[in-house]
Ligand binder design. Structure first.
Ligand SMILES: C[S@@+](CC[C@H](N)C(=O)[O-])C[C@H]1O[C@@H](n2cnc3c(N)ncnc32)[C@H](O)[C@@H]1O
Length: 277
């Protein structure tokens, strides 16, 4: 389409046109842009720049979320001893993909990735670079289709053993009308006691009402998916049936920060990690 340019040579390297609309911004590609990646289009950059004008901390937020993912996976693979991950809303591969972090600690770790963005699918092979002792798989599916995800995931994961379900920066893409709490519950019902749920999602408490209204307005006009911001109580309900590990529900940059001069209190993202009872 005129005016829309690909910024990567790889995005069309799967051998044929991908059936997706690059004229509207999409979450995976906006996130890629904010992280400094090249797998984004003019519409994604325009939406990201419009959002940055309202809330300049979006780039920090993307980095802080990605850093949270790394710390969570190190915690789960290390202290919690988890060797199986079901990562839904994987995003475009970038530095520190989940299996790379987890397999540094447990080389035998198995990871099933799930996303519904065609650009992520085009790069899926970059997610399939497991070390020999472990394994990775990619499922092209929508989080709302938990039946398909669980059926396909059982080909790699043993659901009689603990699994970490990671839903990092995805649940705000699921509107209330699709009942995200039931979706999370059905995933957690499929895994045994001792499994984990880790997530991050947008929280309205962190933006002043004017910035939140303007952000939602830009979002509604420019981005394919509507974002649903959920408050602390709504986020806490995702963890029903689990015990939250310390420090509980906090901003992503506040979850077990590593030593050093870390920035705090700038992202509008709730996060938490719960262990299934
Ligand atoms: C902001 S990115 C997060 C990537 C990664 N989890 C991270 O935190 O670094 C969110 C991802 O969720 C995916 N996503 C959003 N809604 C989805 C849905 N209903 N089903 C599957 N994937 C979805 C998007 O395509 C995007 O790749």
């Amino acid at each position: 389409m005129k005016g829309i340019e690909m910024t990567t040579d790889e995005a069309d390297s799967t051998g044929g046109p991908l059936p997706f609309d690059t004229s509207r911004a999409h979450q995976a590609r906006i996130y890629d842009y904010l992280l400094g990646g090249k797998d984004n289009y003019a519409a994604d950059r325009a939406a990201a720049e419009a959002a940055l004008k309202i809330y300049p901390e979006w780039a920090f937020t993307a980095r802080a979320n990605r850093a949270f993912l790394g710390r969570v996976v190190r915690y789960l693979a290390g202290e919690a001893g988890i060797r199986q991950f079901l990562d839904i809303g994987t995003g475009i591969p970038t530095a520190g993909n989940l299996h790379q972090v987890a397999q540094q600690i447990g080389p035998e770790t198995r990871v099933v990735y799930v996303d519904y963005d065609p650009v992520v699918l085009a790069h899926a092979r970059a997610l399939l670079t497991s070390g020999e002792a472990g394994a990775t798989e990619y499922i092209d599916a929508d989080l709302r289709d938990t039946g398909t995800i669980l059926a396909q995931a059982t080909q790699l994961l043993d659901f009689s053993q603990p699994v970490a379900v990671t839903l990092i920066a995805i649940l705000h893409a699921i509107p209330d009308s699709d009942n995200p709490h039931a979706i999370v519950a059905s995933l957690m019902d499929a895994v045994p006691s001792g499994s984990y749920l880790a997530l991050s999602c947008l929280g309205p408490e962190f933006l002043d009402p004017e910035a939140l209204r303007e952000t939602q307005d830009v979002n509604g006009r420019l981005i394919q998916q509507q974002m649903t911001w959920r408050n602390r109580e709504q986020v806490a309900r995702f963890f029903d049936g689990t015990d939250l590990v310390e420090p509980g529900l906090v901003r992503v940059e506040e979850w077990r920060p590593e030593p050093g001069p870390g920035d705090t209190e700038r992202s509008p993202l709730w996060c938490g990690v719960g262990r299934k009872r």
